[in-house]
Design a protein around this ligand. Structure first.
Ligand SMILES: [Zn+2]
Length: 90
């Protein structure tokens, strides 16, 4: 799987993120907008694959990000992140 160069902040969705060193071998990033620190690994492992696929499936059926987020009990930003991540693979 290809890793995308552009990193989005899971907190505010901003693309203005810089690399912030590695912690236990995992690349961490710092958002220049909201100053939150995050690692992509953690975001990816936070929810089971099933939930992500469900979110993408709902998106394809025409649900809004807010509707998906509410029904799966996740943040809108998280759903947005998954959609971006998954739809670029097809
Ligand atoms: Zn941010």
């Amino acid at each position: 799987m290809l890793e995308r160069k552009e990193v989005k902040c899971p907190n505010c969705g901003s693309g203005a993120c810089i690399k912030n060193g590695k912690v236990k071998g995992k690349q961490t990033y710092l958002c220049k907008k909201c100053y939150s620190r995050f690692s992509l690994e953690r975001v990816r492992q936070r929810y089971p694959e099933k939930v992500k696929k469900q979110a993408v499936a709902m998106y394809r059926e025409g649900y809004t990000l807010t509707q998906i987020a509410n029904s799966l009990n996740v943040k809108v930003q998280t759903v947005h992140y998954w959609i971006r991540k998954y739809t670029e693979c097809y």
